[in-house]
Design a protein around this ligand. Structure first.
Ligand SMILES: [Zn+2]
Length: 260
């Protein structure tokens, strides 16, 4: 593990911060216009991300752009500064074999560039440990960033704090009842505490509690991905969803043995 690193902030960072502190905040596009920087969007984005360890922003989607508005300073000690080690970086890239692990596009056939990405964002408590890293293309990286940005950090941390995998999945689906969630997002939520070999089954098991979840398909790059949405919620639920699901599974297995 490499030593914690705190990035030095320069004049450009203060300028960006000043703009985002204005009422209503601004999008990166607007920041670029105001600062008149002939900089690439990514460069400015990186500078903005340098501010995350120190400041909390409210991110909302406005039209086609993501809007950032300064909320407050981040409490000290909340940010995980550990950086990705060179060894882990190389190992993640090696294991990807030139394929985006999210959409399946390849360097050879599609000319993509692979980026090392935190599966669970650092803001939500994701670490720079190997199991939280993967290699994804720039398109997926951007898409994921704006998707994740629509959930605020505090809410996400509350969802991820549930010890029961069933409960975490349900609370995540409840964040946007009736809307689709892609399987990558739900896989993160399921795997947050412990590795779930069959997290899809955990979602299906929610129906034992009268919860209805619709499963759909969508095309992401070369892959067909599943997506899920909460159609009907339950009014009362057992305290420990996972224990109750296990109990019901055992009961079903016993019943099936009898009827055979
Ligand atoms: Zn991709």
């Amino acid at each position: 593990m490499s030593a914690p690193v705190e990035k030095k902030l320069g004049e450009i960072h203060s300028k960006i911060l000043a703009i985002l502190k204005r009422p209503g905040g601004a999008s990166l596009f607007e920041v670029r216009e105001i600062l008149k920087v002939g900089d690439s969007q990514e460069h400015l984005g990186r500078r903005l991300r340098d501010l995350y360890p120190h400041h909390i922003f409210n991110k909302t989607v406005k039209g086609r752009r993501l809007n950032y508005e300064w909320l407050r300073e981040r409490p000290k000690g909340e940010w995980d500064y550990s950086e990705i080690s060179k060894k882990d970086r190389a190992s993640v890239l090696h294991d990807a074999h030139g394929v985006c692990q999210m959409c399946g596009k390849t360097i050879a056939a599609d000319g993509i560039k692979l980026n090392i990405d935190h599966k669970i964002p650092q803001e939500w408590g994701g670490t720079s440990a190997l199991e939280n890293l993967w290699a994804i293309c720039s398109g997926c990286n951007e898409g994921k960033r704006s998707f994740f940005a629509t959930f605020d950090t505090k809410t996400m941390k509350q969802v991820l704090a549930f010890g029961s995998v069933h409960r975490r999945l349900l609370e995540a689906l409840r964040l946007n009842s009736g809307k689709w969630f892609d399987s990558d997002f739900l896989r993160f939520v399921a795997n947050f505490d412990d590795y779930q070999e069959d997290w899809q089954k955990r979602i299906r098991e929610l129906r034992y509690f009268g919860i209805e979840i619709e499963v759909g398909k969508m095309k992401v790059g070369r892959r067909i991905q599943s997506r899920y949405r909460l159609v009907k919620d339950a009014t009362t639920l057992p305290k420990d969803l996972s224990a109750a699901a296990r109990k019901y599974e055992a009961f079903r297995a016993a019943r099936n043995r009898v009827s055979r």
